[in-house]
Design a protein around this ligand. Structure first.
Ligand code: PA5
Length: 440
């Protein structure tokens, strides 16, 4: 199959192939544990076979619901945070027009922050426009999306009435539990279920990601099909790129490379990096272990972070996302006066220049002691993004097991919530409130 590829050639001068190969047995066992459900966190492995098992009925329901929102709304606000936000945002940005031109409703995001000005300006932006809401929360109790939903629900109900509003709201949440499920049942919203055994950051190929992506006008069946191709190729051993990636990054980690920088040369991939950072950061950062996932958007960030990467502390490695084919052609024109001295580039495509920036940077960084992995993506399409999503998910599971952590929980995320609730004097947190106030 035509597919994404992993290349580790530019790592081998810094970490011997033998160190990578020595982890391959553990990686193969880790993959088997993901498939058999015999490893840590095995109640959250629903994503492993999800692409191949998504039912045609569910996909049809998603496509039909998206079509209804598309025809009834000028804008649709997707409310969610973390895994209930980043996957959809990543795919929509990767496939979308850089200047917001869209065929269908404007897709907006809320509940991914608690910015008062953000929410004010969003409500102002929606004033007088017919909008719909997709509210996404697996737990149904997360504070950020709950605040955004309360505000936008009130705004929508004031604009169109409660009954009409209930037809413009879709809730994606747990099958039974949580405040959002109760609210959706009471108000009669259309709902989709987030499977119990799929954690937030692994949920992009469930309705969590698929409905917003379909509302934005993209082909979710092709996205799932791309992921299913990667699933079968990986699980049947025809594609070993996830094992290669997981072993290489762990060998680098053991050699003191504690920070992985995901690098792109295409601004549309900014949110793919944000999604990847959550996936790897929340999965691996445990027990005082784990590679720190960082990212840069090049060539932009070569003019800000380039110096550090070239010449700073040698604790980093890079994984470069390289997109082979662009969708459009822009050729640099000839200028008779050549006052800018750019005629040596005349007749070249902008992407040829970008590719030389990428190659030149890779060679310079390798010379500077920064191991470079490369993931090539044939082009930005639903199919290849589906492949990339599954590749990163399964590699993350394997990598977490090699690191010997539970990649599927996130106990550390609870600590800030406990403090915030105590400070806000949430009912039930009286003891914590007293304790935290005594520290101030
Ligand atoms: O990966 C995770 O589990 C988290 O990032 C969650 O997705 C995030 O905290 C949002 O949770 P919820 O969907 O329950 O609102």
């Amino acid at each position: 199959m035509e597919k994404i590829q992993v290349n580790i050639k530019d790592v081998l001068s810094m970490v011997p192939q033998a160190n990578i190969d020595s982890l391959k047995g553990c990686a193969a066992t880790s993959l088997s544990k993901l498939v058999d459900g015999t490893g840590l966190g095995n109640d959250f492995l629903g994503w492993v076979k999800l692409p191949g098992e998504v039912s045609a009925e569910l996909l049809e329901d998603i496509v039909a619901t998206a079509a209804s929102l598309r025809s009834n709304c000028e804008a649709v606000v997707c409310i969610g945070i973390g895994g209930s936000y980043l996957g959809a945002k990543a795919v929509i940005e990767a496939l979308g027009n850089s200047f917001g031109r869209h065929n269908g409703p404007e897709v907006l995001f809320a509940g991914q922050n608690i910015g008062e000005d953000y929410l004010y300006e969003l409500q102002e932006h929606l004033q007088g426009r017919r909008f719909g809401i997709i509210v996404i929360s697996k737990s149904g109790t997360t504070t950020e999306p709950a605040i955004a939903f309360r505000l936008l629900k009130e705004q929508l109900e004031k604009a169109v009435g409660r009954e009409e509003a209930s037809k413009l709201i879709v809730a994606i949440t747990d099958a039974k539990r949580g405040a959002l499920r109760t609210l959706a049942t009471t108000e009669g919203y259309k709902t989709f279920v987030i499977p119990d055994n799929v954690g937030g950051r692994f949920s992009v190929l469930t309705p969590v990601g698929l409905l917003p992506i379909a509302v934005a006008g993209y082909d979710v069946k092709a996205l799932v099909a791309g992921a299913a191709e990667m699933e079968s190729a990986t699980l049947e051993g025809r594609d070993t790129s996830a094992i290669e990636y997981a072993c290489t990054r762990n060998a680098l980690y053991r050699a003191g490379k504690k920070i992985e920088i995901l690098v792109n040369y295409n601004p549309k991939l900014h949110f793919v990096s944000e999604w990847w950072k959550q996936l790897y950061g929340e999965s691996e950062g445990k027990d005082h272990k784990g590679i720190f996932p960082a990212s840069v958007d090049n060539s932009t960030d070569l003019h800000s972070m380039g110096q550090w990467i070239q010449d700073g502390e040698r604790t980093i490695f890079e994984t470069v996302l390289s997109v082979e084919e662009q969708h459009h052609t822009v050729v640099i024109p000839t200028d008779a006066d050549n006052l800018d001295g750019l005629n040596y580039l005349a007749g070249k495509r902008v992407d040829q220049v970008n590719k030389m920036a990428e190659l030149g940077t890779r060679l310079a960084h390798v010379d500077g002691g920064v191991p470079n992995l490369r993931i090539t993506i044939p082009t930005l399409s639903e199919k290849y993004l589906g492949q990339l999503i599954y590749f990163f998910e399964v590699a993350c599971g394997i990598s977490g097991y090699i690191l010997d952590v539970n990649p599927f929980n996130q106990p550390g995320v609870e600590d800030y919530k406990r403090n915030m609730f105590a400070l806000l004097e949430k009912p039930g947190y009286e003891k914590e409130t007293e304790a935290i106030k005594s520290r101030l």
